[in-house]
Design a protein around this ligand. Structure first.
Ligand code: GLN
Length: 539
């Protein structure tokens, strides 16, 4: 561990889904605004090695970093708030910890000793806690512990936090506990008991939280704060109220008002290096909350019943909408419900259409119908990953007359495999971590919509897919009017497809949504919204 690096641990109690990730990201933002370099990492208690093999219905989207790690969606919040990139080291699961320890055991590295949860698993957890702080790059490392205090599966993490205090020393170590103060409407009362109990559980594990952050729907009166301070053994000014906010992007300012950053700095003996007062952030919020125009955009996908499956896409619209002062009414539409008889009624109110990433056959034909509508009716179209692949297949079937054209993912026997596996992918028989993952370069065609959006011709974007455009068809497809405007300079793989004679029809094989941040909106999203605004005017 870097000797001057400060470590903040965030635990959660009472219930899950309290927004630990947003609190961590907001605190990170505030410390950043005071001149500190900050990174945030998440430790997840489940046994999967990473979330890459999880169905999106389990934990929402799988977020991909530049280095190709498949991670928890909270890392997306960290990047969107802090505007700095994360990596594989920022997300560790119990599965990975055990995998590392067991691999070392098989190599005989424990020299005949009995391998145990304490100290071997907890040592492995701690060495991962400290990894990002090692080279002195960060003044502060914030660690979010997934799950709730008291869960059986979180116990080794909590025990490792207890031990970390003694490795790091009191001035370099801080625990923030996030809880819920429920409001009983019948009794018209805010209840502190669940928080008292969850702090008791932490104390039983040997951890005294330094700061309590209390999620609440109503302001906490002084007597409630006093009660919490007394029973939970914390200073009164370290009971921080976290009121429900209109937007997650309000939370840094709410936490600043509550002086969360000041409490943290006092306890860790940190003094501000600068104070930027978050002007850019406030400017972003101002534009977000005062739109001068409005558009309706459809997100067509198959995981729409859980919007967290499309977290980064949804947030990208927030960032890009704010950039052009436009309110984006995003309608999530299930592609399974779209077919030849009803597509018009489902799609006609939309000013722009986005076909989402996805895997497998379910809802695929509804996506084909959607693209056909967008192409024929000249509605601005944005296809991401599977969305681009669908656009190619629709074009092959309905414009080039290649009946039955498909991706070999959906139909391995198709006569016209416009989307197919590359040789390297064919050999792979394991699921986890075997897709084309992470950041790849892409060269853009001068004058293309993509080049106009980015304002340059060399870009890097992140990937997460197995199948690729089949270059055997490239000439034929381009002659018919669908042009590859972005290619990987090393492999020649097609990264972007644009339709000629259409106001805005862009499909991308990569995932632009992963790199959109509040202060750095993704250019393709910005241009797509602008095209939707223009389309609305014509309508
Ligand atoms: N299923 C497609 C593939 O593996 C697309 C993946 C995606 O949309 N992320 O290539």
């Amino acid at each position: 561990m870097g000797s001057s690096t400060k470590y903040i641990f965030i635990t959660g109690g009472v219930t899950s889904s309290l927004g630990k990730g947003i609190i961590a990201a907001s605190l990170g933002k505030l410390l950043q605004s005071r001149g500190f370099s900050v990174t945030i990492q998440k430790f997840d208690p489940y046994l999967n090695i990473d979330p890459g093999t999880l169905n999106p219905y389990e934990h929402g989207e799988c977020y991909v970093t530049d280095d190709g790690a498949e991670t928890d969606l909270d890392l997306g919040h960290y990047e969107r708030f802090l505007n700095v990139t994360t990596s594989q080291s920022n997300n560790i699961t119990t599965g990975r910890i055990y995998n590392n320890v067991i691999t070392r055991e098989r190599k005989g590295e424990f020299l005949g000793k009995t391998v145990q949860v304490i100290p071997h698993i907890t040592d492995e957890i701690k060495s991962n806690f400290y990894k990002l702080g090692q080279d002195g790059k960060y003044d502060v490392v914030i660690t979010e512990i997934g799950g709730c205090v008291g869960d059986i599966e979180s116990l080794p993490f909590i025990e490792a936090v207890r031990q970390a205090r003694w490795d790091l020393g009191p001035n370099n170590f801080l625990v923030i506990h996030l809880t819920l103060i429920p409001y009983l409407s019948a009794a018209k009362e805010l209840k502190t008991k669940p928080t008292q109990h969850s702090v008791k559980q932490l104390l039983e594990a040997g951890i005294q939280p330094d700061i309590l952050v209390c999620r609440t729907e109503h302001h906490l009166p002084l007597d409630v704060k006093k009660k919490l301070a007394l029973f939970c053994n914390v200073q009164l000014n370290s009971v921080i109220e976290a009121m429900d906010a209109e937007s997650i992007y309000d939370v840094p300012l709410l936490m600043k008002k509550e002086k969360l950053d000041e409490r943290v700095m006092t306890k860790l003996k940190l003094t501000s290096k600068t104070n930027t007062d978050l002007e850019h952030w406030k400017d972003f919020l101002g534009r977000l909350k005062n739109p001068t125009q409005e558009v309706t955009i459809g997100l067509i996908g198959k995981y729409v019943s859980l919007p967290d499956s499309y977290k980064s896409i949804i947030e990208s619209f927030t960032h890009a909408g704010a950039a052009v002062e436009c309110k984006v009414n995003l309608k999530l539409i299930s592609s399974e419900e779209i077919h030849t008889e009803n597509f018009k009624s489902k799609l006609e109110e939309l000013d722009g259409i986005l076909v989402a990433p996805g895997f497998g056959e379910r809802g695929f034909e509804g996506k084909i119908e959607t693209v056909r509508y967008a192409r024929e009716q000249k509605v601005p179209f944005f296809g991401i990953c599977l969305g681009m692949q669908v656009a190619v297949i629709e074009f092959a079937r309905n414009v080039m007359g290649l009946k039955g054209a498909n991706s070999t993912e959906m139909d391995p026997e198709t006569q016209f495999p416009l989307i197919a596996l590359m040789e390297e992918q064919k050999k792979i028989d394991q699921m986890g971590g075997t897709m084309r993952l992470g950041s790849y370069a892409c060269d853009l065609k001068k004058g293309s919509k993509a080049a106009q959006a980015y304002g340059k011709t060399k870009i890097h974007e992140r990937h997460r897919h197995r199948y690729e455009f089949n270059n055997d068809y490239l000439e034929q497809v381009e002659n018919a009017g669908l042009i590859a405007t972005g290619k990987n300079p090393d492999t020649g793989l097609v990264e972007i497809m644009e339709l000629k004679n259409h106001p805005w029809f862009v499909g991308v094989q990569f995932h632009p949504e992963y790199k959109s941040t509040a202060l750095n909106p993704q250019p393709l999203f910005v241009k797509f919204i602008q095209a939707a605004i223009d389309n609305k005017k014509v309508k």
